[in-house]
Design a protein around this ligand. Structure first.
Ligand code: WTA
Length: 651
């Protein structure tokens, strides 16, 4: 069992009298367990409600029915934008936009300006025929209009489905089709590291496979695009003359707010559904406590709005808390590897939230890039998306956080809506590599593969197993769009009565949680979740491929890389050209984030006599762990393994 080691105490910089102390954390956590309704009603009280909820938690994990604040009425756009204007803070900066190139002027928006922009977009959507409950697909670069589009949907009660700008036309089409979305919002092009990303052209290609009523196109780069008469509208044209007034729609707490597609261990990506009231309370509360935001500070989360981190901690969390959030269009290595630090210096960023993969990539480039910028404004650092290795943690702490800024390592998922396990900066000492302690209202539990509870959740105690959560929390996903059975199957069938996260986890004797990675067929590549099944389906679509099995393997920068075992149709020769072609094929089918790192051609895959692929063996071989293959005697053709090992050693 993990010893309780290596605790780095709460740094002085985390203590300012307004922070949450350890005693307060303990008292608040205890209350969130003993009196959840009282606790969450109090947290919900920071937000404006059209109708204050009287009921708070109404949920069951068996049968699965989840609701929070059910009789409350609220609008999250009102809380993120209008509420601050009405409170006299309209002149406060809400959004700072740092473009891809350091030479392009910065754009800033006060809360009043955000309100004006969101109202304009909301009324434009209405003019196009978008109504409450309609699904709107958003395929945008990291520009303020991406956030405005989300907020505009929320304002009028439309359900947004943001598709990451790196996804392929096929991926867009699949998502539009799945949630039957009649409207798309996109930009002409995006910019990343001076390269133009053809967003509108990708939408055009997607719409060859699936039809929508209207496409709203935002001019960003000014690059040439084709406009289809009657379907495509320029935002700057159609928004002309729309009213400057657009009241926020009254939403029931359980009305859907958004759908976000995420990968699972089987099948196509799932449309995870989040609803309005609970998500609003959860993102505001977690943002406030985890980042310990202080008025006037500049907060920067480097995620993309196409992922849940962007939804919860670029848009909804910070804006609801009245924070000033920086939005960055570009990439960490353009014009050079000091870009992140140059932006921190330029805007005097106080709170910086990024992913371990970025930290590792920048660490590799040496300290000069960091040292040449003044990072003294940084007061708090955050990490999200995958386990952070202690070496990267220490570099982040020593070189970026000048040895004094606390780091919050936040564990959560698309399905959890917001942060679940983390230290609170002023309350908890830190252990490099451990996410820390459960947030208010979160009841983690470790179980073995048969579902037996390991150690006691109430007294803690060291244990290692599969991470479950035994109680609902306000930000929990409510369903999978159009397929509630899949929701139940995926999250509640392994261990009935519990939400199963899909992650393995260890708890040490201090009650700190150490996420060990996915225990299902999901891999985490540069912090992006990917189902191995998705990559396999893409590969077998190729006419020369007979069968494919995809596993993850440890990768220095990406955390995990993508390792593909491929068998070819009879008569097809395996060569480098075909490997290159298949790599490109997967990029086109899914997107560049799914590009295989290794393509391993093999005459067959190791299977049991009943025909089941033995992934355990494939994983071990990809990991170069040939000594621990376990029992191979149940294989239909044990001789295959030798060839696979040889093939691995030769690359
Ligand atoms: C992993 C991203 C370790 C985990 C917010 C989870 C982490 C999956 C951490 C969810 C962390 C996320 N430490 N692992 N701090 N944060 N993960 O849905 O495996 O894109 O299940 O949400 O990322 O990825 P998702």
């Amino acid at each position: 069992m993990a010893p309780a080691t290596d605790m780095i105490p709460v740094p002085d910089s985390a203590v300012d009298g307004t922070h949450c102390t350890l005693d307060q954390y303990r008292a608040m956590y205890a209350r969130s367990m003993d009196d959840p309704d009282g606790f969450w009603l109090e947290q919900a009280g920071r937000l404006d409600w059209f109708k204050k909820p009287t009921s708070v938690s109404g949920w069951s994990f068996d049968p699965v029915e989840i609701a929070w604040f059910e009789d409350g009425e609220i609008n999250i756009c009102h809380n993120a934008v209008d509420r601050h204007v009405e409170a006299g803070n309209g002149d406060r900066t809400a959004l700072i936009f740092e473009p891809d190139s350091p030479d392009t002027p910065v754009r800033r928006f006060t809360f009043s300006e955000v309100q004006r922009e969101v109202v304009r977009m909301a009324n434009t959507l209405k003019k196009m025929g978008v109504a409450k409950g309609d699904r709107v697909t958003i395929y945008m670069p990291m520009i303020p209009e991406g956030a405005f589009a989300m907020l505009a949907c929320a304002r009028i009660g439309a359900v947004h489905s943001v598709v990451f700008g790196g996804f392929s036309p096929d991926a867009i089409a699949g998502r539009i089709e799945d949630c039957r979305s009649d409207y798309v919002i996109c930009a002409d092009e995006g910019l990343r590291g001076s390269k133009a990303i053809p967003l509108k052209a990708n939408v055009d290609a997607a719409l060859k496979k699936v039809a929508v009523k209207q496409v709203l196109v935002i001019r960003h780069t000014g690059g040439a695009v084709e406009m289809t008469e009657g379907r495509d509208r320029w935002y700057h044209e159609i928004s002309e003359g729309v009213s400057g007034d657009c009241p926020c729609e009254v939403m029931k707490a359980e009305d859907p707010l958004f759908i976000l597609y995420t990968s699972g261990s089987t099948g196509k990506p799932k449309g995870v559904v989040h609803t309005t009231g609970g998500y609003a309370v959860w993102t505001e509360t977690t943002f406030r406590y985890v980042f310990d935001y202080r008025e006037g500070e500049i907060y920067w989360c480097t995620a993309d709005i196409g992922w849940v981190t962007g939804h919860s901690y670029i848009v909804y969390g910070p804006l609801q808390a009245g924070a000033t959030a920086l939005m960055f269009e570009g990439v960490p290595n353009y014009p050079d590897h000091s870009r992140f630090w140059q932006v921190v210096d330029k805007h005097k960023v106080n709170i910086f939230y990024t992913a371990p993969t970025a930290i590792r990539a920048l660490m590799r480039e040496g300290n000069d890039h960091v040292d040449k910028h003044d990072l003294s404004s940084l007061r708090l650092l955050g990490s999200v998306g995958e386990p952070i290795n202690p070496e990267a943690w220490r570099w982040y702490h020593d070189h970026v956080g000048h040895g004094s800024a606390p780091i919050v390592d936040t564990w959560w998922q698309t399905e959890t809506g917001g942060i679940m396990i983390t230290t609170l900066p002023g309350a908890h000492g830190m252990k490099p590599g451990s996410a820390g302690r459960p947030f208010f209202g979160i009841a983690p539990q470790l179980v073995d593969n048969e579902g037996a509870v390991l150690a006691d959740e109430n007294t803690g105690g060291a244990a290692e197993g599969n991470l479950c959560i035994t109680r609902s929390w306000p930000g929990q996903a409510r369903t999978v769009y159009g397929d509630h059975d899949r929701f139940i199957q995926t999250y509640f069938s392994h261990y009935p009565g519990k939400y199963f996260t899909g992650d393995g986890c260890r708890r040490d004797a201090d009650g700190y949680y150490w996420i060990t990675g996915r225990v299902d067929d999901v891999i985490n590549v540069s912090g992006h979740r990917m189902g191995t099944a998705e990559v396999e389906s893409a590969l077998v679509l190729h006419e020369k491929v007979a069968e494919a099995a995809v596993v993850g393997f440890p990768h220095d920068i990406k955390g995990q890389g993508i390792y593909c075992y491929v068998t070819l149709n009879a008569g097809v020769d395996a060569d480098d050209a075909l490997a290159g072609e298949l790599r490109q094929w997967v990029r086109t089918e899914i997107g560049p984030i799914a590009t295989p790192d290794h393509l391993h051609f093999t005459p067959g895959l190791p299977k049991t006599r009943s025909g089941k692929i033995m992934r355990r063996i494939l994983r071990k071989i990809a990991e170069n762990e040939f000594g621990s293959l376990g029992d191979t005697s149940t294989l239909a053709d044990p001789s295959l393994v030798h060839g696979l090992i040889e093939g691995r050693q030769n690359r």
